[in-house]
Design a protein around this ligand. Structure first.
Ligand SMILES: Cc1cc2nc3c(=O)[nH]c(=O)nc-3n(C[C@H](O)[C@H](O)[C@H](O)COP(=O)(O)OP(=O)(O)OC[C@H]3O[C@@H](n4cnc5c(N)ncnc54)[C@H](O)[C@@H]3O)c2cc1C
Length: 381
């Protein structure tokens, strides 16, 4: 791939973010538009963290993999600025950084992720930046038999799909290995476990949970008034437990200068174009699409890259976003691979398998980023 300073093109693309959507967008754009575009990336952090693997940290598997952003930027021919995006003046096509710089652009891709907010102060809230600190002691208490009743709860607005199931299954598997007694209950607003993956996959996950003796209460909304109590509604049912693990609530970045959808998310159309803002695109957890998932972030970034490449004059026919959701569910034993094509927020084709359903079989399925990271890992980077 060409390096950043080999480009003399004048279609300027600014990408804000350094996660899945930003990197997928950069790699896709370089492939689709070649030297037609100069790409600048604004990212406050120096690393890309492979977030899905954080669920293994409390079980002593070591930290989630981190990749230096500078290396990825170099490979994608992107100029990296280690500063944050602050706001946008869309009419004048100017992105402002938190260091006070004004960057003019021909297209802007916002890939800012979501903000985590604790929903239940009396629960251990899943935060992948510190998951080992948050849950390692709890796993040890389970192994030692001090904790025998656990609830894993999902707030009313589902955030990430997989981690609460993975943590429940892995904790149960660890208790079994340690010979400790443990009862686990998952309480979720979903109408069935991982319902988003469609009926077939969801039923297989429900069966797996049953085999693991994990109870699931669906279509439920919870309160956690204290560390050892979960109130399940409808029905005002009280569960007595030793501890509660909860997903956080997610909020969007509420970008100054752009329309804002409910809870601060960025409203986008089927081409990842921000509604009411010409030449501004957004992808990933920051958008108002209901499913927050790495594979979805990547597909939205691909759609945005196609639209931007076409704007830059590349011979590309921009496609609409037609999501497929790929989920690799860690279980503490053999993982399960789930796949669903989605319409209207529900899977309509649904598959589940113990064998990979996509290649490379990574947790985040992404057309460009997954094979790129696979190659980096193979080189031992
Ligand atoms: C524990 C856990 C397990 C998961 N498991 C899976 C899984 O198995 N499969 C799957 O597909 N997905 C999974 N996900 C979800 C997946 O990680 C997210 O959906 C995905 O990371 C979203 O990508 P994104 O690029 O939109 O946001 P992020 O990955 O959150 O990246 C946002 C980026 O924007 C940067 N940023 C923030 N503010 C600014 C700013 N002002 N200016 C510039 N940059 C900024 C951040 O530093 C970050 O680099 C999981 C998530 C968690 C937490």
């Amino acid at each position: 791939m060409p390096s950043a300073d080999e480009h003399d093109e004048d279609f300027r693309v600014v990408i804000a973010g350094g996660g899945v959507a930003a990197l997928e967008g950069a790699l896709a754009l370089r492939d689709l538009a070649g030297d037609r575009v100069a790409i600048e990336m604004l990212a406050p952090s120096a690393e890309f963290v492979y977030r899905p693997m954080a669920v293994r940290e409390p079980f002593a598997y070591g930290p989630a993999h981190r990749y230096p952003l500078a290396d990825i930027a170099r490979d994608a021919g992107v100029t990296l600025r280690q500063e944050g995006f602050a706001w946008v003046d869309a009419p004048s096509r100017t992105a402002h950084t938190d260091a006070g710089e004004a960057l003019s652009y021909d297209a802007l891709l916002l890939a800012l992720g979501a903000r985590i907010q604790t929903r239940y102060p009396h629960a251990h809230t899943v935060d992948d930046r510190h998951l080992d600190d948050i849950l390692h002691g709890l796993v040890q208490d389970v192994e030692a038999g001090y904790v025998t009743r656990l609830a894993f709860v999902v707030p009313g607005r589902m955030g990430w799909q997989l981690p609460i199931y993975e943590l429940a299954l892995m904790t149960m598997a660890r208790a079994y290995e340690a010979g400790s007694r443990l009862s686990v209950t998952i309480v979720t607003p979903e109408e069935a476990p991982l319902a988003i993956f469609g009926i077939g996959a969801s039923q297989a996950v429900a069966e797996l949970l049953r085999e693991s003796a994990i109870r699931v209460i669906t279509s439920a909304y919870v309160e956690v008034p204290q560390w050892d109590t979960v109130i399940v509604n409808p029905g005002d049912r009280h569960l007595e437990v030793d501890r509660v693990v909860a997903l956080p609530e997610l909020f969007g970045p509420a970008v100054r200068g752009l329309p804002v959808a409910e809870h601060g998310f960025i409203p986008i159309d089927q081409h990842s174009n921000v509604r009411g803002a010409e030449r501004v695109y957004a992808a990933g957890d920051a958008t108002d699409f209901a499913i927050k998932h790495g594979g979805i972030a990547a597909q939205q970034a691909d759609v945005a890259a196609e639209a931007i490449a076409a704007l830059a004059g590349a011979p590309v026919q921009p496609q609409q976003f037609t999501p497929t959701i790929y989920g690799m569910l860690l279980t503490g034993g053999q993982p399960r691979y789930l796949r669903a094509r989605i319409t209207g927020g529900h899977g309509f084709s649904s598959e589940v398998s113990k064998d990979p359903l996509w290649t490379p079989p990574r947790k985040i399925a992404a057309r460009y980023l997954a094979p790129y990271l696979e190659a980096l890992d193979a080189k031992g980077a």
